[in-house]
Design a protein around this ligand. Structure first.
Ligand code: PLP
Length: 279
């Protein structure tokens, strides 16, 4: 074996991995258990190859299948193909699917999209994980609802690494002060940071968002409050998860490469993404 197994930060400067954003709108629909098995295997193979390039253990990367907009029947096919967790962007849609699929007791739900305080009640009831924490108001609403439910919740703090005004997430320079407040919320188990890169076909611009999150995490770790773990970096989606893994992602949120293209334009989820266009 001559594979390097260094645990230091990956030296990514020499890598020229491209985005797969040109696949946009072209991912084939998964319509059978075999389709899902095939897609999952293809993504896992890319994750493995990517880890090998930068000397990471593939077991250190969690693949979170993102099922938003897809109907229950498709989620059940994905479950049959081995998926045991789903990421959903909208709390009501996630809640409805959780109710519909309550018979699958080993399924975990991750809410990965912006939350309004009046939806905290829903999330507190069923979610295992919330990846888009970016305000004390939401932390407070979740804490109260979780206490009432007698539950805890894994959370990721969302960071705006692209500098786009319309993107959710805290500006990088505000994350440190925000983290200092979080030990007051005992039902929230802080696991790490989450980001969305700029939706661009230019790989270096995408990579710089991921590098920023990794470097921010390294800095924050030095003075993170007791009990605030920053082990996880949730970054990368269908078009850019390979670059994210090269930059240290421990969770990749992959929807279309597993489920097939969504009919809904990205602008519906991310106001800054122009319809059908990848800049
Ligand atoms: C939809 C979504 C993803 C997955 O995007 P795909 O292009 O389907 O892989 C990842 N993260 C967030 C926050 C999302 O809303």
């Amino acid at each position: 074996m001559n594979t390097p197994t260094t645990t230091s930060a990956p030296t990514s400067a020499a890598l020229d991995t491209q985005t797969q954003h040109d696949q946009h709108g072209h991912w084939p629909q998964a319509e059978s258990v075999d389709d899902f098995r095939h897609n999952l295997a293809a993504v896992q193979a890319r994750i493995q190859a990517c880890c090998q390039r930068v000397g990471r253990d593939p077991a250190s990367v969690r693949l979170l299948p993102v099922s938003k907009t897809k109907p229950e029947a498709n989620l059940r096919l994905a479950y049959a193909a081995g998926c045991r967790q789903f990421g959903e962007n909208k709390p009501q849609e996630a809640y409805r699917k959780w109710e519909e699929m309550a018979d699958l007791t080993d399924l975990r739900w991750s809410v990965i999209g912006h939350l309004q305080t009046n939806k905290a009640k829903l999330v507190a009831r069923f979610a295992s994980e919330f990846q888009a924490l970016d305000s004390l108001r939401v932390a407070d609403a979740l804490e109260r609802r979780l206490q009432a439910e007698g539950r805890g919740l894994d959370v990721f703090v969302q960071v705006n690494t692209s500098g786009e005004a319309s993107k959710y997430g805290l500006p990088p320079e505000e994350v440190s002060a925000f983290l200092q407040q979080l030990p007051a919320f005992s039902a929230l188990r802080v696991r790490g940071l989450m980001t969305l890169a700029v939706l661009s076909a230019e790989a270096p611009r995408v990579r710089s968002c991921f590098t920023l999150l990794r470097e921010l995490r390294e800095r924050l770790r030095q003075d993170a409050p007791e009990g605030i773990a920053l082990d996880e970096l949730s970054m990368g989606m269908s078009g850019d998860y390979e670059i994210a893994i090269e930059e240290g992602a421990t969770v990749v949120r992959v929807g279309q490469a597993i489920f097939g293209a969504r009919a809904t334009p990205d602008a519906y989820y991310w106001p800054s993404a122009e319809q059908g266009e990848v800049r």
